[in-house]
Each structure stands twice: as C-alpha cells, then as structure tokens.
Design a binder for this molecule. Structure first.
Ligand code: RB5
Length: 145
C-alpha cells in the first residue's frame, strides 16, 4: 500500500504521529507538507494530494488540519475521492467497511495524537466489505459522471 500524507500548519503534530505509525508498519508513504511554521491554506495541500490518489499514484491519503473539515471538504471535490472525516475508532472501521474511503481526514484541534494513531491504524488495516456497499458507492460514482 502507498499512502500520501499531508497537513496544514494546524496538523503538524498528528502528521508526525501518523508518520511514526507508517514507519513502524513499514508502509510506503510520501509526506507533502507542510514544512511551514506560519499559516498556509489547506486547499493548497488537500487538492493536489487528493488528485494523486484519484489518479492511482497512491492507494490512500491521510490529511490533517485543525478540524479536519477543510481538508475533507476540499478532498471530496476531487472526482473519485471518498474522504471520511473521522474522530473515533468505530467510524474509522466502518468507513472502510461500508464506504471504501480512500482518504482519511482528522483534526488536530479536536483529538490528540494517541487517538489519531489508533484511528489511522484501524483505517489502514480495515478492508472494504463490498457487496451491497459496492452498489451504493456505484451510485455516487455514477452521479460524479
Ligand atoms: C486553520 O486555522 C484551520 O482553519 C484549518 O486548519 C482547518 O481547521 C480548516 O478546516
């Protein structure tokens, strides 16, 4: 599995926690930022990273900002992206099983790094259930055109 990881200035701590998780798990990833100390604009990070997932360059994306909301809104504008904003382990599992989410968004001003690591681990390890859920995702894909 190849993962693209990105964050704005408000997501640096969880970004580093997810990097440690990916390193420990031996999962290949690219970190696309940010490297700044100042304020940046989350769409500048979410949109290019989401496009690279949509193109198939990466299997999954993990996007971090203050709330996770901006990253998730931007990512879901990209055709083929199913970004789930998740702040609990149950939803991390279910959004893989039912929604086949290909991007995970989390907010560093909402949860701490320990929970973020558990969420990311669960999300990375859980497979899509397929079946009736594939039919439902197909309806979204058809709508996207
Ligand atoms: C940055 O202040 C903050 O707005 C951003 O990280 C994110 O929470 C937006 O949704």
């Amino acid at each position: 599995m190849k993962v693209i990881l990105t964050a704005d200035h408000a997501g640096m701590t969880i970004r580093n926690e997810v990097k440690a998780l990916l390193d420990e798990a031996g999962i290949e990833y690219e970190d696309t930022g940010c490297d700044c100390q100042g304020s940046v604009d989350y769409p500048d990070y979410a949109l290019p990273a989401a496009e690279r997932v949509a193109k198939g360059e990466f299997d999954r994306g993990i996007f971090i900002c203050g709330t996770g909301i901006g990253m998730s809104i931007a990512a879901n504008k990209v055709k083929g992206i199913r970004c789930a904003l998740v702040h609990d382990v149950y939803s991390a599992k279910l959004t893989r099983q039912h929604n086949d989410s290909n991007v995970l968004a989390m907010g560093e001003r909402v949860i701490g790094p320990g929970l973020a690591r558990e969420i990311a681990k669960t999300w990375l390890e859980t497979e899509f259930d397929g079946g009736r859920h594939a039919n439902r995702i197909g309806k979204i894909t058809t709508y996207e055109g």
